[in-house]
Ligand binder design. Structure first.
Ligand SMILES: C[S@@+](CC[C@H](N)C(=O)[O-])C[C@H]1O[C@@H](n2cnc3c(N)ncnc32)[C@H](O)[C@@H]1O
Ligand code: SF4
Length: 438
């Protein structure tokens, strides 16, 4: 899967992109999830999750909330996210979906009793297709049910061309604090080749509106696009940077299985050119004052994405909405969940408090790799204290792999801190693989 700014459902393998979902970056999630035990999904029994186990988490991680809105105007040929072309009756669907999200959230509350939410990410799909009134209702429903930290970041993903003037301001008035705009490129021909519904002028207009309406916002770009040259990438970067974005996510376009591009692959820049492109991106963003703090994420001081940072620091997140993934910790276990993927199935099940289609406890042996899949994406790495706190495991579970990584020059250790070296960042998948269960 690809990942993007905020997407919860997929980590893209390191190196490639980024994202976490490859692309970008979402949290890295595990492969197999099992159907919920009857009764557990509908009415989670907190005592069941609180029972003794072999993990010892001294404290629960910060908790985020991801909300998935699964519709788009048209499916892009490279996209493997849980996104579906929306048909007619959009308004009816919006109301029914918001009802389902509310039921899903209410049914999930026993799993997060007493915990504050530090960030909300409304992702998709194309959330900006929802009306400002719908987003207002969604945020109101959330605020009425879970305590948000004062000043909590609330991000909404928006696509150029799906808004009219004043729409972004209305999202802001509804409580959204940060907009993430899926631009991909500012070049008309490139946008056409990757099947986007918007053109370059709409992309510029969307970014200008976001800059006017929000104190902080993100631009999503992709590089290594079909037929793209260095000069074209340079022009895309120049245009993006001319808006002085507080945050930029730049993902290497990846060809995902089960997409139209996988069936009819376009001609893409070769690996050497793609590598030169990444060098250009790193140089240009740095000289514009943006720090590459994660494989695909670049930010000015004070504008890192709190929501994605929580994923990358192996924090917790409740995921509601069609196909949303979640990770929730308890004193002695870590639970992963996924909701029904098809919007129709989700709508049907969420109403009956059965939104979760699969869930499982992360096996003790898988936790080191899952932790590394996320934290090693960060330029600053992680502390050994964080490893103990988030996994509930002793350091002995990673010491041999850390020694191997250090011997191969893939990490730097400085007292309590472990960070990928420049080489480790370049060969991230190799580094992370050292932590796979034997
Ligand atoms: C979850 S998508 C949703 C955002 C929005 N719907 C859009 O497309 O503009 C978030 C980001 O992931 C990135 N992305 C999606 N598919 C990708 C792929 N196959 N390779 C690289 N990046 C991808 C794009 O930059 C996109 O903006
Ligand atoms: S608009 Fe975004 S989420 Fe929708 S199909 Fe295109 S890339 Fe996927």
């Amino acid at each position: 899967m690809t990942a993007c700014d905020g997407a919860p459902d997929a980590p893209r393998p390191a190196g490639g992109d980024s994202n976490p979902a490859g692309v970008a970056s979402g949290p890295a999630t595990p492969a197999a999830l099992q159907p919920p035990v009857a009764g557990q999904a509908a009415a989670p029994d907190l005592l069941h999750y609180m029972r003794p186990g072999t993990l010892q988490l001294a404290a629960l991680p910060p908790l985020s909330l991801y909300v998935h809105l699964p519709w788009c105007i048209r499916k892009c040929p490279y996209c493997d996210f849980n996104s579906h072309e929306h048909q007619d009756k959009a308004e009816l669907l919006e109301a029914a979906y918001l009802d389902a999200l509310r039921a899903d959230l209410e049914a999930s509350l026993p799993l997060i009793w007493g915990r504050r939410v530090i960030s909300v990410f409304i992702g998709g799909g194309t959330p900006s297709l929802f009306s400002p009134a719908g987003i207002d209702r969604l945020i109101g429903d959330i605020r009425a049910r879970v305590p948000l930290e004062p000043g909590a970041e609330i991000t909404l993903e928006a696509n150029p061309g799906t808004f009219e003037r004043e729409r972004f301001k209305a999202f802001r008035a509804a409580g959204v604090t940060r907009l993430s705009i899926g631009v991909q490129s500012f070049d008309d021909a490139a946008l056409q080749r990757i099947g986007r519904v918007h053109d370059a002028a709409q992309a510029r207009a969307a970014v200008a509106e976001a800059a006017a309406a929000f104190d902080t916002f993100n631009i999503d770009l992709m590089y290594a696009l079909p037929g793209q040259t260095m000069a074209q990438l340079q022009a895309d970067l120049d245009t993006a940077l001319s808006f002085a974005p507080p945050h930029l996510s730049v993902y290497h376009l990846t060809i995902e299985p089960n997409t139209r591009f996988a069936l009819q692959p376009p001609v893409l820049p070769d690996a050497d050119l793609a590598s030169d492109m990444l060098d250009l991106i790193t140089e240009r963003t740095a000289s514009a004052g943006l720090q590459r703090y994660e494989v695909s994420a670049f930010a000015r001081a004070g504008h890192r994405c709190a929501h994605n940072l929580n994923y990358w620091q192996f924090g917790d997140y409740l995921g509601i909405g069609a196909g949303a993934h979640g990770k929730l910790s308890f004193a002695h276990r870590v639970l992963r969940q996924v909701r029904w993927r098809e919007p129709a199935a989700y709508l049907q099940h969420a109403g009956g408090n059965q939104a979760v289609s699969n869930q499982h406890e992360v096996a003790r042996r898988d936790l080191p790799f899952e932790f590394m899949l996320n934290t090693l994406r960060l330029r600053e790495g992680f502390t050994l204290d964080l490893y103990r706190e988030r996994t509930g495991l002793p350091l002995s579970t990673i010491e041999p792999a850390l020694q191997q990584a250090a011997a191969r020059g893939l990490i730097e250790r400085d007292g309590n801190t472990v960070r990928p070296s420049v080489r480790g960042f370049d060969f991230l998948s190799d580094l992370q693989a050292l932590f796979l269960p034997a």
